[in-house]
Design a protein around this ligand. Structure first.
Ligand code: PMP
Ligand code: GLN
Length: 385
């Protein structure tokens, strides 16, 4: 068996969803909305299954989807990418991560990963023969510090994997962070692999600026996105990578032997969806923001210390500041087994020096579910604080 993967536990997301099912709990663990995304996008997929193309599409993605991705980012993020050479459609962002990491990282390359980190990054780096170098961030602000980046970098460092907006901390890089990171990548000649799947799930009027648009970054960045997040259809697994031609070509070479293609009917529906009016995107954000505020207010009223959430489907609870003297995993297990709410203990997303004082809750649920979950969480705090 391949030790890189075989030695790993089942992911925390799958683990917690299984515990939610076993305990009949409300599942605020794994991040998925309980309402499917826009009906017109789903209708476009259904139409494409019945009347469209159901055989292998082009390896790099349907031309109409690659063009739609290019137009979408030009309109939303002032990014220009050539659909012919710079855009690759993949089976979810997960495959874009796999194809770019396996396609670009060579044995011995060091790769900086910011903790807490989405769980796919380090195993993929190791499978490529690379060596993860972890930089940690800590609550409450989870700020990346220049000195930590400088300590992690060496002559062997070739890549930096970034995730903004960030899962699980619900933070976003600001203009100063982007300037720091661009300068860091340029001065150490690093390639940035930017996981931006949460780019549209941003609140309070924020704007997402991709690192690839910063000075010096256009020829050294792979930007990764996912339709699952943009359209509240997480099971669709349609993603993409945008990168300058040599990086996109190496990623496409790997994609050929991972999945080769992605279902054409879903691609065609995503092409339609990416062209939706600005109002779809602003309304979607407003809806999730209202859910965030509903859950945060109920939990704060019930005595919880809730960290601020700028983006994603998630908010974090600070356990010690809420008067709870259990580590995150112990609390999450008691919460799901005794009080019927599944969450994600943030320490599961660290490999070293874990912060074990916060749990992540997904607020992409209807009001009644959020209210019921908040009541159960408040009961748990009364019993455990
Ligand atoms: N990266 C991050 C940071 C994520 O949160 C997720 C899933 N929520 C993914 C990648 C995977 O995206 P996809 O489902 O499109 O593979
Ligand atoms: N990205 C989702 C989350 O953070 C989970 C994806 C998965 O289950 N692997 O909850």
């Amino acid at each position: 068996m391949n030790p890189v993967f075989a030695k790993l536990p089942t992911t925390i997301f799958e683990d917690m969803s299984a515990r939610a099912r076993a305990n009949g709990a409300i599942n605020l663990g794994q991040g998925f909305p309980d309402t499917d995304g826009p009906e017109d996008v789903r209708q476009a997929a259904a139409d494409a299954v019945l009347t469209g193309w159901n055989q292998y599409p082009p390896m790099r993605g349907l031309p109409e989807l690659r063009a739609a991705i290019g137009d979408h980012y030009a309109a939303h993020q002032r990014l220009s990418a050539d659909p012919e050479t710079d855009i690759l459609v993949t089976s979810g962002a997960t495959e874009a991560l796999a194809a770019s990491i396996l396609g670009l990282v060579s044995p011995g390359d060091e790769v900086i990963i910011v903790q807490p980190a989405y769980d796919a990054y380090a195993p993929l780096v190791r499978q490529a023969g690379g060596v993860p170098r972890f930089v940690s961030t800590r609550p409450p602000g989870w700020k990346l510090r220049a000195e930590d980046l400088e300590t992690a970098v060496s002559d062997a460092t070739r890549f930096l994997i970034l995730n903004s907006p960030h899962n699980p901390t619900a933070t976003m890089l600001d203009a100063a962070d982007l300037a720091l990171l661009a300068d860091f990548c340029v001065s150490h000649d690093l390639i940035a692999i930017c996981d931006e799947v949460w780019e549209h799930l941003i609140f309070d009027g924020a704007e997402h600026k991709p690192l690839i648009t910063m000075p010096g970054m256009g020829d050294r960045t792979v930007k990764i996105g996912s339709a699952g997040k943009i359209f509240s259809l997480t099971g669709w697994k349609v993603g993409w990578a945008i990168a300058p031609e040599p990086l996109a070509a190496a990623t496409a070479k790997t994609h050929q032997f991972l999945t080769f293609t992605t279902p054409p009917n879903l691609q065609s529906a995503v092409a339609y969806g990416l062209g939706k009016d600005m109002s779809y995107f602003t309304d979607m954000r407003a809806g999730y923001q209202a859910s965030r505020d509903r859950l945060a207010t109920a939990l704060r009223d019930g005595g919880y210390a809730v960290l601020s959430s700028a983006a994603t489907y998630f908010l974090l609870i600070d356990l010690p500041a809420s008067g709870i003297d259990l580590d995150d995993r112990a609390f999450a297990l008691r919460l799901v087994e005794e009080f019927g709410v599944a969450s994600i203990p943030v320490s599961a997303l660290y490999e070293i020096d874990a912060v074990a004082t916060a749990i992540r809750l997904c607020f992409a649920k209807d009001d009644a579910t959020l209210d019921a979950a908040a009541n159960r969480l408040i009961e748990a705090r009364k019993a455990l604080a």
